[in-house]
Design a protein around this ligand. Structure first.
Ligand code: KG4
Ligand code: ZN
Length: 343
């Protein structure tokens, strides 16, 4: 007899986090994430090291996810996995594992687009947050992505704008590195920014057409600014760290909010959902709350563990696709470049 409940094991390995989750319908029973510390000493993710670490982590992480959920692998209804986008070597580990497991257990296999999953993470059942109604705007901001998407339905999405170069998290991390902060610098910039003056050092806002973003120019102008100042005053960074961080954060948040406001104006949609690791940033949270009050927006930010890379977001897509019988077969392969499908 078939289970009434749908149990999905989800696997995420697109970048530097190995994660496995077990879902019962739209509820998370477990969501285990093994973060790879190895990259810290290199100041960024090293793809070859990431895929090796995924190979070491994947078995224990899946075991832990099943044990925490108190689910036996024979109870599973399907396996969902991240097909892309991401680092190919990293994606291959999760993809191969998911394929073998589905073959071994003789249960369906579900492929998931990582960017779509960041957005559908808003539909994970959680007492503390409400789910957005369609249509809504989703802004995904993380170390790997910066996108504004018009979400018409679960599987009907249109990318309105995205970064032409660095992702916003990279902008935080790379500028943090310029002022000597360890990787990942985003949370450290945020902490220091809260004690500084955001208008101390004005940095230029790039002029980019439409709803696209660009962050590489900002990084360069900050680099030149710091080089010039330290040539005159060697301890400039030490003396002004808080003001520098506040100014960097203010500029980045202004870039994001300018485009988000433009997207709201363009579409007339005031429901705005934010996801990705950078949504933890205090500056962006304050700006979004201000827009709620002043512009009548309704905003949605999922629990932080569903904002950063995690398998629960892959699991919710798995559940939604399972309901539609949207399965894939063993001929599927990982895809490093993989846009959100737009039917
Ligand atoms: O979603 P995530 O965990 O992984 C990726 O898919 O990249 O995002 C990580 C990124 C890093 O760039 C990190 O510096 C940034 O999110 N980040 C922050 C904050 N917390 C994490 N950036 C600014 N302020 C924060 N509080
Ligand atoms: Zn991501």
């Amino acid at each position: 007899m078939k289970n009434q409940n749908i149990y999905i094991l989800a696997i995420e390995s697109s970048c530097d986090d190995t994660s496995a989750a077990v879902m019962c319908n739209d509820s998370v029973l477990s969501n285990v994430v093994a973060t790879q510390k190895i990259h810290e000493e290199y100041g960024g993710v090293v793809p070859e090291l990431a895929s090796r670490a995924h190979q070491q982590h994947i078995v224990p992480v899946i075991h832990q996810a099943l044990a925490k959920a108190n689910i036996d692998k024979n109870q599973l209804s399907a396996i969902a996995f991240t097909r892309g986008p991401g680092l190919l070597g990293s994606l291959l580990v999760g993809t191969s594992f998911a394929k073998s497991l589905s073959l071994g257990l003789d249960i369906p296999l579900i492929e998931v687009n990582h960017m779509q999953a960041h957005i559908l993470a808003h539909f994970i059942k959680d007492e503390a947050s409400t789910k957005p109604e369609f249509p809504f705007l989703a802004m995904t901001i993380s170390g790997g992505h910066t996108q504004i998407v018009l979400v018409k339905d679960y599987f009907s999405m249109e990318i309105l704008g995205e970064t032409l170069d660095d992702a916003v998290g990279e902008a935080f991390d790379k500028t943090a590195k310029i002022i000597g902060l360890p990787y990942p610098g985003g949370p450290l910039v945020d902490a220091l920014a809260q004690k500084g003056n955001p208008k101390a050092f004005p940095f230029p806002i790039p002029k980019v057409k439409g709803l696209d973003f660009s962050f590489s120019g900002l990084k360069t102008s900050i680099l030149y600014f710091i080089q010039k100042q330290t040539a005159e005053q060697p301890d400039f960074v030490e003396q002004h760290k808080e003001d520098i961080c506040a100014s960097i954060q203010y500029t980045i948040v202004s870039i994001l909010m300018d485009k988000l406001k433009k997207a709201v104006k363009q579409t007339g949609i005031k429901r705005v959902a934010i996801g990705g690791g950078v949504s933890a940033n205090s500056g962006i949270r304050a700006a979004v709350q201000k827009a709620e009050k002043e512009k009548g927006w309704t905003t949605f930010i999922p629990k932080f563990e569903y904002c950063t890379d995690n398998a629960a977001m892959i699991g919710i897509v798995g559940f939604l696709k399972y309901r539609e019988g949207d399965f894939t077969d063993q001929s599927i392969s990982a895809k490093a470049r993989y846009n959100i499908p737009n039917p």
